[in-house]
Design a protein around this ligand. Structure first.
Ligand code: ZN
Length: 334
């Protein structure tokens, strides 16, 4: 698809949209063909592109409405929360999904002030859970930590707290899922009182051994059924679920049940250089991102599209360059 040719209005700003010339100068080529990429950007924080620029915000042609885009702070890991928030706001990106690792060093009050100053939405605070331990004392600690993160998420103005169930070698996966149910059963009333949703994120089965015993949307839905709270739902991350042959039916069910709380995008590289830190930028791998986005939107999801890429190669680059590449990739592939 190509961009519309006329002026496009966004947040009161107008610039002239062109098509092929809107690819950023200096942006690394990634993934699939960019022949029809319509993105453009002024994310270089003062850098002048080749197109007429009237303001630092820019609009959406096809792909992703930037106001619906949120960047996980772990995506731009080298940046502080303040740096990430400033860059996102200047780029016209509508939201930020802060990670605990970027919030706790500065304190939740300061983090909330930064986010509010830049007027960003917070679709999710990332992440609580890790409830699976053979030791009951450790399970109780995980519940208390998540209870505190619920309070912090509220202070940040977050709409949800992402929950990763946890897993421990030696604890059967079924037992782990039972521990997760027990923990969430303790926490849902606290989340409801805080006006916060808890979004269980199934992780790819390759993480079943030590990170999450919840590996499919079906398993996450079963936990939701068992706990039975309207504040408990599921975050769908294309990286973790793209392979599931029941994906479309599961996403439809989430929509019917009112449990589709989050949507995360990146790409799945078949031969990652690192088990955790070589997620692809959209277009660098084999996940059918657009098709999955269409599934979640058919299921009624109209929340933010959260970019969650952990990638050492990208972390080693100028993060402003990376942010431009993220926006381009979102337009082209999400
Ligand atoms: Zn995710």
């Amino acid at each position: 698809m190509l961009a519309p040719a006329g002026p496009v209005r966004s947040r009161g700003c107008v610039f002239k949209a062109r098509t092929a010339s809107l690819v950023f100068p200096g942006t690394p080529a990634v993934g699939r063909s960019r022949a029809s990429t319509p993105a453009r950007s002024d994310v270089g924080l003062g850098r002048q592109g080749t197109t007429a620029q009237v303001c630092t915000h820019y609009a959406v042609f096809v792909g992703v409405d930037l106001h619906r885009l949120s960047i996980h702070t772990m995506t731009t890991r080298p940046w502080s929360l303040a740096e990430a928030a400033q860059a996102c706001a200047r780029a016209g990106v509508g939201g930020v999904s802060p990670w605990v690792e970027h919030v706790e060093p500065i304190g939740v009050g300061e983090a909330a002030r930064i986010i509010a100053d830049f007027g960003l939405r917070v679709p999710a605070y990332v992440r609580g859970g890790f409830f699976v331990h053979s030791d009951a004392h450790e399970r109780a600690r995980a519940i208390e930590r998540t209870r505190r993160l619920i309070d912090d998420a509220r202070a940040l103005g977050a709409e949800s707290l992402v929950i990763v169930a946890g897993s421990q070698p030696g604890v059967a996966l079924d037992d782990g899922r039972a521990m997760t149910c027990d923990a969430l059963g303790v926490l849902v009333d606290h989340a409801a009182a805080a006006g916060l949703r808890l979004a269980v994120e199934p992780l790819h089965p390759m993480y079943a051994g030590d990170r999450s015993c919840v590996n499919t949307i079906a398993q996450a839905r079963a936990i939701c059924d068992r706990v039975g709270s309207p504040v408990l739902g599921v975050a769908v991350d294309v990286y973790h679920v793209w392979w599931d042959d029941r994906l479309e039916a599961q996403i439809e069910a989430l929509g019917r049940e009112g449990r589709l709380f989050g949507f995360h995008v990146c790409d799945f590289k078949p031969e990652p250089a690192h088990p955790l830190h070589d997620r692809g930028l959209m277009g660098e791998g084999c996940a059918p991102i657009r098709e999955i986005r269409a599934m979640v939107e058919r299921a009624g999801f109209d929340g933010m599209i959260e970019v969650e890429v952990f990638n050492r190669k990208w972390w080693a680059t100028d993060q402003r360059t990376f942010l431009r590449a993220i926006i381009e990739a979102a337009h082209a592939h999400a």
